[in-house]
Design a protein around this ligand. Structure first.
Ligand SMILES: Cc1ncc(COP(=O)(O)O)c(C=O)c1O
Length: 385
């Protein structure tokens, strides 16, 4: 037999392993504060878990409708109408096993080989692999801390070619914590309209916007037919492990996504979907109980960070992430993160993982309590570079 590795498909033989931090340190120190995890530290609310248990006992343990539990779809439509004042019909909703799956299905549905997908760097790193798995090419449009992570119209236009088919837009944004306002949404709409493009709007941090009301991209007048909205119960409802999300789009696109989904997983988990119905019913309580705790944490972290001379920060508007700059240290993102791990026993993520303009930055996920955050910043404050 040939070496096993030689059986791997050629396109994966040189796969990048991603992070290159020396994580041996994790085993060496017992007092590591881990600020690298993009997962909520809260357990899903009891009311949601209790519903799942009850519904499992009631028999929701089978395959479900491949497009999603009809009751969940109705709840999604009702919630959309109530929260965003836009009618949404059930044929515009597909339940997916997470928004990661939803985005992958979008790429697989709309990209022909060589089609280009625009992402705004820094970006959630799965977008690149999702585009490439679908045969597409990921094109980065840079955004910069020095410009408050704003999307620049000229740079966006310059990136568009005859092969461009899709823009991926994440609002509020992981990793920068940026929340984009109506003028940016209208800009994207204008450009998409002029060049006849689709936009995949990753809005999984919907409730994690701390200034003003969240505006879904598809509610911008005239834009709904171009937008594929990806949402998820992972962050808004602290249900990362349940793997349930929704895609909202034109029925012709959802039809293809659903057909591909049938071959991959068939349906999102039945019990998770029953739990998601309950989650939507108590969404106000969930936001007040948990999401606002993240608001307190990121603004606490931002205040502390602004006191640290070797860091710079664009204050976040949403999510639970901060993306400080480290230019003043003279170190690369990876060397800085390694130093933070060795000298302060604080684990964070190098910005390079999030695309070209992530260089010179690192990401902090405020997924520990205020006491641990305080300890992490006390330690970081004691360092100099
Ligand atoms: C911007 C963004 N999109 C998508 C995801 C994936 O979410 P899901 O759990 O729905 O797959 C994440 C997870 O961290 C994220 O930050």
């Amino acid at each position: 037999m040939r070496p096993v590795k030689s059986y791997i498909a050629k396109r994966f033989q040189n796969s990048d392993a991603g992070l290159s931090l020396d994580t041996d340190a994790l085993a060496r120190y017992s007092d590591i504060i881990d600020l690298s995890i993009g997962d909520t530290d809260f357990i899903t609310d009891d009311a949601i878990i209790d519903t799942a248990f009850r519904e499992a006992k009631a028999g929701y343990t089978h395959y479900g409708d491949p497009k999603g539990d009809p009751e969940l779809i109705r709840s999604v439509c009702d919630a959309w109408q109530t929260d965003f004042k836009q009618p949404l019909s059930p044929d515009h909703v597909l339940v997916t096993a997470s928004s990661s799956m939803g985005m992958a299905l979008v790429m697989l549905s709309v990209l022909d080989p060589g089609d280009e997908v625009i992402v705004f760097s820094p970006y959630f790193s799965l977008y690149r692999t999702q585009a490439e798995l679908a045969g597409g090419v990921c094109v980065e449009v840079p955004t910069y801390a020095s410009e408050g992570w704003a999307i620049d119209e000229a740079r966006l236009r310059a990136a568009i070619t005859p092969r461009t088919k899709l823009i991926v837009f994440n609002n509020p944004c992981n990793p920068t914590g940026m929340g984009y306002d109506r003028s940016t949404l209208e800009l994207l709409g204008r450009v998409a309209e002029e060049h006849d493009l689709l936009i995949a709007a990753d809005e999984i941090y919907t409730t994690y916007l701390y200034e003003g009301d969240f505006i879904p991209l598809r509610t911008i007048p005239g834009l709904a037919h171009r937008v594929i909205t990806l949402n998820s119960f992972s962050k808004n409802f602290l249900m990362t492990g349940w793997r349930v999300g929704v895609a909202i789009a034109e029925p012709e696109i959802l039809e293809v996504m659903s057909n591909i989904n049938n071959s991959l997983i068939y349906t999102a988990p039945s019990i998770s979907q029953r739990a998601a119905i309950q989650a939507l019913a108590i969404r106000q309580t969930i936001r007040e109980k948990y999401v606002l705790a993240y608001r307190d944490r990121i603004f606490y972290a931002a205040d502390r960070m602004e006191q640290i001379p070797y860091l710079s920060l664009v204050r976040p508007k949403g999510t639970f992430y901060l993306f400080p700059g480290i230019e003043k240290t003279g170190l690369s993102a990876e060397d800085f993160c390694q130093a933070l791990l060795e000298r302060a026993h604080v684990l964070v993520t190098p910005g390079t993982l999030f695309g070209s303009t992530g260089a010179g930055h690192f990401r902090i996920a405020c997924t520990v309590g205020l006491d641990r955050l305080k300890e992490a910043f006390d330690r970081m404050e004691g360092l100099s570079f």
